[in-house]
Design a protein around this ligand. Structure first.
Ligand code: GLU
Length: 448
């Protein structure tokens, strides 16, 4: 059997879109599934629309998602293994040769300075691994421009020439290219090449059924990086946009997808983008991360936001992370859940203050401060603290909640958070007592 060679061929004309990332992923998965080769080819011949910053964004996105490419010209002084993608802008000679060949054989001609390909007018059939056989009527197809007046080659030509040059066996790309494929087949035949197999993957739609565009919320991979999503979770979600393991599972390891992924099983129907599902999947991955894996991500997010100083107490940080981890679904929520661990001047939620810091609430803060001051600091542990709260509640004829809510608000400024007793343990006795004291000062000590 021929060895599989696939390519991802982005045009760097905008941000790295979810749809492009999914196309890259399906190519990468197919290469990994078959033990084939994944080629990255930047289609940057349209000088007016390309920007190098978009190339950077695409490369960063691919690397973030763990989709490494297998070959390319050597870059950066030829460090071993450091291979860049192919850039079409550097392959002009190859395209010129192809145009000359077509001209020489009378299969193309000059017209007003541009070069046109004599497009056949007979019907064309595309055999597609996903869409099946599709027939195109070409009676009215105009002769395709393959080289512009300024001498630059057109997308259809460079795309086809490179697929032949690079020995691509399977072209896996978005369904929006299906109608181009009949043009490409004609060019391939004229160039005397062997056509690759085609697999056009379904479009991605917004929840309302419209085609997802670059401007839609959630469309940019860069946004997911910025928001502290986990690359494995985003990749897991992208796998499900047009493919599934067929047993309703949504959490699936990349190893398993690689083992199962095949082209005939890609859905024919359009996929629907579901930001809530992606968010949920990310939360599941987040929960499953151990602290060692989570720590660098959390540190970078919190330092970027100025919440965590350059030097900090690592044991304290890890303990805090361990108790908020269950609550957080995506990295961007970390600042909100963690800022008060590192800030003695945190703001109080106003609505919660009105509700919780009533005269009784403040009396309970004062009572707690007195009692918790008596605990030996080595015993300032969740279990012991819980017992203290229960004893004090019983002694004062109150429900434990009457103590828990003021205590939580006093030490964190907010009405919700991780388990209170664990929170107190992590903050430690000194911080807890000084925060109680701050509340008594700031909101007025009650008359005992
Ligand atoms: N540069 C084209 C695009 O980004 C590539 C299409 C293809 O994969 O053949 O849409």
């Amino acid at each position: 059997m021929e060895s599989v060679r696939v390519r991802f061929a982005p045009s760097p004309t905008g941000m790295f879109h979810v749809g492009s990332a999914r196309t890259a992923l399906f190519n990468w998965l197919y290469a990994r599934h078959t033990g084939g080769t994944f080629v990255l080819r930047v289609e940057d011949t349209d000088a007016a629309r390309n920007k190098t910053e978009y190339v950077d964004v695409i490369l960063r996105g691919l690397q973030w998602l763990g989709m490494n490419w297998d070959e390319g010209p050597q870059i950066g002084g030829g460090v071993k293994g450091d291979r860049g993608p192919y850039f079409q802008s550097q392959r002009g000679e190859i395209y010129r040769r192809a145009v000359d060949k077509l001209l020489g054989e009378g299969k193309a001609y000059e017209s007003d300075g541009a070069i046109r390909f004599r497009t056949p007018k007979t019907p064309a059939v595309v055999h597609d691994l996903i869409c099946g056989d599709i027939t195109f009527d070409r009676t009215n197809e105009p002769d395709l421009v393959i080289q512009r007046k300024d001498g630059s080659p057109v997308f259809h030509l460079v795309n086809v020439v490179d697929d032949l040059e690079m020995g691509i066996t399977h072209v896996i790309r978005g369904e929006d290219h299906l109608s181009n494929t009949q043009k490409h087949l004609a060019l391939i035949e004229a160039l005397g090449g062997q056509p690759p197999h085609y697999a056009h993957i379904p479009l991605i739609l917004n929840p309302n059924g419209s085609k997802m565009s670059k401007r839609d919320a959630g469309a940019s991979i860069e946004d997911y990086i910025d928001q502290g999503y986990l690359p494995a979770a985003v990749r897991n979600y992208l796998c499900l946009l047009g493919w599934s393991p067929k047993d309703n599972r949504e959490l699936i390891t990349i190893e398993e997808v690689i083992a199962k992924f095949d082209l005939p099983q890609v859905n024919r129907a359009n996929a629907r983008f579901d930001a809530d599902k992606l968010f949920w999947i990310n939360g599941e991955y987040f929960r499953a991360l151990d602290i060692d894996a989570l720590e660098p991500l959390a540190v970078s997010i919190l330092q970027k936001r100025g919440i965590l100083p350059d030097k900090f107490d690592h044991a304290y940080f890890r303990a805090a992370l361990a108790i908020v981890k269950e609550k957080v679904k995506v990295g961007r929520e970390l600042p909100d859940w963690m800022s008060y661990f590192f800030d003695e001047d945190f703001k109080f939620d106003e609505a919660a203050v009105k509700k919780v810091f009533t005269p009784e609430g403040l009396t309970n803060v004062a009572r707690l401060r007195e009692r918790l001051a008596l605990i030996d600091s080595r015993n300032f542990k969740a279990d012991a603290l819980e017992a203290e709260f229960k004893t004090l509640a019983a002694a004062t004829g109150q429900k434990t909640g009457a103590l828990v809510h003021p205590a939580r608000l006093a030490v964190s400024g907010r009405p919700v958070g991780p388990s209170l007793y664990h929170l107190l343990e992590v903050l430690g006795q000194r911080r807890v007592l000084s925060r109680f004291e701050r509340v008594e000062k700031q909101f007025g000590a009650p008359v005992a």
